[in-house]
Design a protein around this ligand. Sequence first.
Ligand code: SME
Length: 162
Amino acid sequence: MAATGRAGRYERIYAQLRDLIEGKSPGPVAAMATVCAVLHHKMSHHFWTGFYLVAAEDELHVGPYQGPVACQVLRDRGVCLHCVRTRRPVVVPDVGAFPGHIACDARSKSEIALPVIDGERVAAVLDIDSDRLDQFDESDVEPLMKILGLLEPFFRAETSTQ
Ligand code: SME
């Protein structure tokens, strides 16, 4: 269950990230690194906070992150790939109960994965792991998706130059 005051904390984080990113970040990697640094250090019980980038069909590569060393490549299964396939946020209260979960670190107990949408496709996934069970619920989805909205112009810009 979301802690009291969590919504307010997300609001303050959003305002800080908007000030740091809009008109200032030079590209998507810098913007993603800024998002995970602020989220990781300002939210409680984030054990790992980072991005996976869609590299190929059914394959994700790690991007900017904060926390212990993580899997560099995710393939064929897992929470993050489920998020890409469904193009929907995924809340996992107990990672042990999610079929196909990929354990990069045994200390992770619960997880949330959210898509960074670029038009029709998912360009990346924000993945947050906690060392506590049941750390995330549906109330985390809207504020985190709002934060991820700050990244969308960077991915659109990348696509349009290809
Ligand atoms: N648990 C994820 C893998 C990434 S790590 O948690 C950092 C998954 O199942 O996709």
